[in-house]
Design a protein around this ligand. Structure first.
Ligand code: PSU
Ligand code: MN
Length: 307
């Protein structure tokens, strides 16, 4: 590659030999979850991916270097350090300078994954159209990147703090295919179900393989979203979630929190209002998604490296 991008040696070997790899983002380490739970989740995600026979590659920026395959020390830094920058497409190259420590969102993790040929990525909840977007115009560039890149992205839906309906519509406009893993409805991140339908429910990965074959036949671009809902025992009632979100949203407006600070602010406020319930759900779903992504990367390996 070049000397601004450091690839872990196992990841490098796996890329060279076209082995199954799953990339992971680092914003949920620096901004999504509190210390030390963020480290726990980052490490457990890595472990479960390995257990499926795929290789994990967490992505972030360490002292100005884009790193693909963060080690324990890197993860500790992003988990503990104050002022880690949250970077997306618009500012990623600006973080490639000395003393810069930055975490990648869904959008920037997809950019870097695609750069080196990694095809499967796992996260908790994707970004999307924010509530009140008619006023704020706040729409995550995660959606545009899902349109631009050809990846399989596993998540538990768009984060509940978003306008799920608008997010779903925009995903459709952008040509992103939404597939429910064993579910008919789009999951709502902290809850298992919204009233929106997925494009297709699959019950096994063989069905996904067929879909990818057909996409390849028509040379289709754009990503596939695999929706994997939060486990029943951690899922939270819709009414409770809405109550907390409204409260947090009002507070954010009062303190004029906006732009890239908004998502982390709301997640933190809501975790307090929920007495930690949303954190438990978030942790569980991130790890489960990593596991499913590992299985997908393994099963689809041959066909994914073809394109
Ligand atoms: N999923 C989580 N926690 C997070 C995020 C996702 O469970 O913190 C991050 C992702 O990195 C996602 C970002 O890309 O939030 C979206 O931020 P924004 O709305 O500013 O684009
Ligand atoms: Mn935003």
């Amino acid at each position: 590659m070049n000397n601004k991008i450091l690839i872990d040696k196992d990841v490098k070997y796996a890329i060279k030999n076209k082995q199954p790899i799953v990339s992971l983002e680092s914003t949920l380490i620096s901004h999504g979850l509190p210390y030390p739970l963020n480290i726990e989740v980052a490490k457990k995600s890595i472990k479960v991916i390995k257990s499926t026979g795929s290789l994990p590659a967490t992505i972030g920026i360490i002292d100005g270097y884009i790193k693909i395959g963060l080690n324990d020390e890197d993860i500790n830094i992003l988990a503990k350090k104050k002022n880690v920058q949250k970077i997306s497409r618009h500012n990623i190259a600006l973080a490639m300078k000395k003393n810069s420590y930055a975490s990648t969102t869904v959008a920037s993790t997809m950019m870097i994954s695609s750069l080196v040929g990694i095809k499967v990525f796992s996260t908790g909840g994707i970004g999307g159209v924010h509530r009140n977007s008619q006023k704020t115009y706040d729409i995550s560039s995660d959606l545009i990147e899902l349109h631009r890149k050809n990846m399989i992205v596993v998540s538990s839906g768009a984060k509940s703090i978003l306008d799920i309906f608008k997010t779903n519509e925009l995903l459709e406009t952008l040509g992103v295919t939404k597939i429910g893993y064993k579910v008919d409805n789009v999951p709502g991140f902290w809850c298992r179900k919204t009233n929106l339908n997925v494009d297709l429910k699959i019950n096994n990965l063989q069905e996904l393989l067929k879909i990818i074959e057909n996409r390849n036949l028509i040379n289709q671009n754009g990503s596939i979203l695999i929706y994997n809902p939060v486990e029943k025992k951690y899922s939270i009632k819709n009414n409770d979630i809405e109550k907390w979100i409204n409260k947090a949203q009002k507070k954010a407006e009062k303190y004029k929190i906006k732009g890239k600070e908004l998502t982390p602010y709301l997640l933190k406020e809501i975790s307090e209002l929920s007495k930690g319930k949303t954190i438990k759900a978030n942790m569980s779903l991130i790890i489960n998604n990593a596991k499913l992504a590992g299985k997908i990367a393994n099963k689809m390996n041959k066909i994914l490296w073809k394109k």
